[in-house]
Design a protein around this ligand. Structure first.
Ligand code: 13P
Length: 252
């Protein structure tokens, strides 16, 4: 049985002190609960101080991005090794906001995945179709291209440290979540493709989160789908009580 994984993607939100208070609220609420995996992903400048808040607790720390080089003349960028240095266990790559706003390609995302895994991070790889792509029946083709491109040369062994997040772009920040059936259908397709790429055992083991307007009132039905193994939560992760309700919905 795959353990559910609930992660909060804070995006470009909170101040340092508000982030600390939010992380402390999550830590207090999670207490010693280990039937579900929980992570928070604050903005870069607050990672080090929030690492102190979550240290020694079951709450993991993730970053929202990285650059696929160890060091060098890459002004403004952050390496996977630096994220390890400040206490991260996870990094999100391929978020649709980075694909759309910063024009990140699957090839570039693939480089980030290899660099992050090589440095010892676990990766949360986001994939998902736009509304236009869904309406023109291209959802599976888009997910297929994102998976094959982003996971190039990622072996079954490497995939053990990869989590997938299916995030339909039309559901992100809109208040319109995918229906549980839409999520299940996409997740089942993604798991099948992972099986073709990396083998049946890898497909059974991989955790596939759903992201896109996950809220306390829809979390339980989404997480009740057989192939929905967790949630990547944006807006609702900015309130400890809401996020903790989603965490509780993930306890099996
Ligand atoms: P919302 O939960 O705000 O829709 O954001 C989802 C998301 O993009 C998480 O990465």
């Amino acid at each position: 049985m795959r353990k559910k994984f609930i992660a909060g993607n804070w995006k470009m939100n909170t101040s340092g002190i508000d982030g600390e208070l939010l992380a402390a609220g999550v830590v207090n609420g999670v207490a010693d609960e280990t039937r579900v995996t929980v992570a928070v992903c604050p903005p870069f400048p607050f990672l080090a101080r929030i690492a102190q808040v979550v240290k020694g607790t079951p709450v993991a720390l993730g970053a929202q991005n990285c650059y696929p080089k160890a060091n060098g003349a890459f002004t403004g960028e952050i390496s996977p090794g630096m994220l390890i240095d400040v206490g991260c266990q996870y990094v999100i790559v391929g978020h649709s906001e980075r694909r759309q706003i910063f024009k990140e390609s699957d090839a570039f995302i693939n480089q980030k995945i290899h660099a992050a895994l090589g440095a010892g991070l676990r990766v949360i790889l986001c994939i998902g179709e736009t509304l236009d792509e869904r309406q023109s029946n291209r959802t599976e083709a888009v997910l297929d291209a994102q998976l094959t491109g982003s996971l190039a040369n990622v072996t079954a062994e490497l995939l053990r440290n990869v989590v997938l997040a299916y995030e339909p772009v039309w559901a992100i920040g809109t208040g319109v979540n995918a229906t549980p059936q839409q999520a299940q259908d996409a997740h089942a397709f993604v798991r099948k493709r992972v099986g073709q790429l990396c083998g049946a055992a890898a497909a059974q083991a991989i955790v596939i989160q759903y992201g896109g307007s996950v809220k306390p009132d829809n979390a339980a039905t989404l997480l009740g789908q057989p192939d929905v193994d967790g949630a990547l939560v944006g807006g609702a992760s900015l309130k400890a009580d809401d996020f903790l309700e989603i965490v509780r919905a993930g306890i099996q």
